[in-house]
Design a protein around this ligand. Structure first.
Ligand code: PBE
Length: 270
């Protein structure tokens, strides 16, 4: 009931996602910085699928839950959620999704590099693909539907991009919904332009390592400046940051809006 404290109701547990996600590291920091660790709060590692399934269940029964949340993601479209205020600014204010390449990719494939310099879209545009995939549509099909619906935009992205002749390109990504959307879209566009694009799903750290060691050419999945700061620092000088492919991303702790008394991370202590 509403009188009962949140901590005991939730077993002092925040429902998290995959261990390598930047948001998990930041949440560990938040537990420290907000004194939640000493108040026995812990972060549960799982997966995006397990987290959204726990969220779905909680919402169905109007029970409390605290999750690691982010945008763009369909969870904010499907459910009424709010980010908890972060007065100590652990999760950062502005967040972009950047395109990175291996060192030397620009020289070996200037045309695709040019495409990467052109490619950027909005959270709303990305959501179109994400919602379809969440509804069970194959990501490649959802990407093609996006291309059919946005011919002018795709033309702009391909401006000055020479046709490929079967050149191989590899894109490393993490199977977060946003990156499934962007990676499949870029693969589809470049394949149709005559390139042979392989996409490789992996965890966050291996994704950064793949680009840094030149095992992969590209990643469209670099959440910066905050979420992947630890990886950007670790691989500094070993990758090229091409540009932000999306502005207005955000990460933090989130709760359903029916949790009226919980508005800030600090409220978790009460
Ligand atoms: N996310 C989604 C990722 C980036 C994309 C917020 C879960 C992360 O925390 O690393």
């Amino acid at each position: 009931d509403a009188q009962q404290k949140l901590g005991p109701q939730l077993n002092y547990t925040i429902t998290g996602i995959d261990a390598g996600a930047g948001i998990m590291g930041n949440t560990q920091t938040a537990l420290q910085v907000y004194g939640l660790k000493t108040a026995n709060w812990q972060l549960q590692t799982s997966s995006t699928a397990a987290m959204t399934s726990a969220l779905n269940k909680a919402i169905q029964y109007k029970q409390p839950i605290v999750i690691t949340g982010w945008q763009p993601h369909w969870m904010f479209t499907k459910y009424k959620l709010k980010f908890l205020k972060d007065p100590k600014n652990v999760y950062g204010k502005t967040e972009n999704i950047d395109t990175i390449t291996r060192i030397g990719f620009k020289q070996s494939n200037p045309a695709v590099y040019k495409f990467l310099q052109n490619f950027n879209w909005t959270p709303t545009e990305m959501s179109g693909i994400m919602l379809k995939v969440n509804n069970g549509i194959d990501p490649a099909k959802a990407a093609q539907a996006y291309i059919d619906k946005h011919p002018q935009q795709v033309k702009q992205w391909l401006k000055g991009v020479a046709k490929g002749h079967g050149q191989k390109v590899t894109i490393a990504y993490v199977a977060w919904d946003s990156e499934i959307a962007s990676t499949n879209l870029v693969k589809r566009i470049l394949d149709k332009r005559g390139y042979q694009v392989t996409i490789q799903a992996m965890e966050a750290q291996p994704m950064w390592a793949a680009v840094a060691t030149k095992a992969a050419d590209i990643s469209l999945s670099a959440w910066l400046p905050n979420t992947h700061a630890i990886y950007a620092k670790q691989y500094k000088g070993k990758y090229v940051d091409v540009r932000a492919n999306l502005h207005g991303a955000r990460t933090g702790l989130a709760v359903p809006t029916y949790m009226k008394n919980i508005n800030s991370i600090e409220d978790l202590k009460n």
